[in-house]
Ligand binder design. Structure first.
Ligand code: ZN
Ligand code: FE
Length: 256
């Protein structure tokens, strides 16, 4: 059984469209095609044929390319059944606990509301890859446009429970600005400082900071550490529950 080949296509200002190719079957998926042209070009350059689109949430910078991609390839569009009316061209609706197949690689679907109420994530266990859209970013998390801090904390806790060697394929290159903020709330975190140095090197040569490794996120990402008593203490929230701490950190980030 061959693992997925995963490539990322940078589009718009800071979006990544991830391409997943299962070599035995030839099946190929694009996650969150913000635009069509560059995605179709990237698929063609690799000699692949697009068979699926996986959607994490309805925002235009994740779905804008779907109609054209679908017209050009006839691919099957998979996304949250409970958000069907906001996802253009949805063919197959999925919900929490469902699985999605690409050849013999299987993804589990997780509900991850918070950024939007209909946000979902896809975890390919055997390929150790998580596609989490705008829920979990490297050293950050998505803005709470629709959901509550409690929903986001639950979503992040679900993702945090995945194996530590899972690679986190988020949908934006926000890592450097996330790190600047994270250092303001957790300045003595050695893992965060190490990640800051790594990412500086990557971005100095325009290389992506995505994917990251879940274990590194758990050590360095303040939004995954909202139940760390030391972090709560530093924020003046000693003894507070993680949802309160997460809401506080998210609020600080929004104002940063
Ligand atoms: Zn979004
Ligand atoms: Fe986005």
């Amino acid at each position: 059984m061959a693992a997925l080949i995963i490539d990322l296509v940078p589009v718009l200002n800071d979006n990544y469209v991830h391409l997943l190719h299962e070599p035995d079957s030839g099946e190929t998926a694009a996650v969150d095609p913000a635009v069509a042209g560059p995605v179709l070009d990237a698929v063609e350059q690799r000699g692949w044929r697009l068979t699926h689109v996986l959607v994490t949430h309805h925002h235009h910078d994740h779905t804008g390319g779907i109609p054209e991609v679908k017209r050009a390839t006839g691919c099957t569009v998979i996304g949250n059944r409970n958000d069907a009316r906001r996802i253009p061209g949805l063919d197959v609706g999925v919900v929490d606990g469902d699985s999605v197949r690409l050849g013999d690689q299987e993804a589990r679907v997780f509900d991850t509301p918070g950024h939007t109420v209909g946000h979902i994530a896809y975890w390919f266990k055997d390929s150790k890859a998580l596609f989490c859209g705008d829920t979990l970013f490297s050293i950050g998390c998505g803005r709470l446009f629709e959901g509550s801090p409690a929903q986001m904390w639950r979503a992040l806790s679900t993702l945090r429970d995945l194996p530590a060697d899972t690679r986190v394929y988020c949908a934006h290159e926000y890592t450097q600005s996330n790190i600047r903020f994270a250092l303001s709330v957790d300045p003595d975190n050695a893992a965060l400082k190490a990640r800051a140095e790594d990412v500086e090197g990557l971005r100095a040569t325009r290389r992506p900071s995505v994917p990251s490794v879940l274990g590194d996120e758990i050590a360095a990402n303040p939004f995954l550490r909202a139940d760390d008593p030391a972090l709560a203490d530093r924020l003046g929230l000693a003894g507070a529950d993680p949802v309160t701490v997460l809401a506080d950190i998210r609020g600080r980030k929004d104002r940063f």
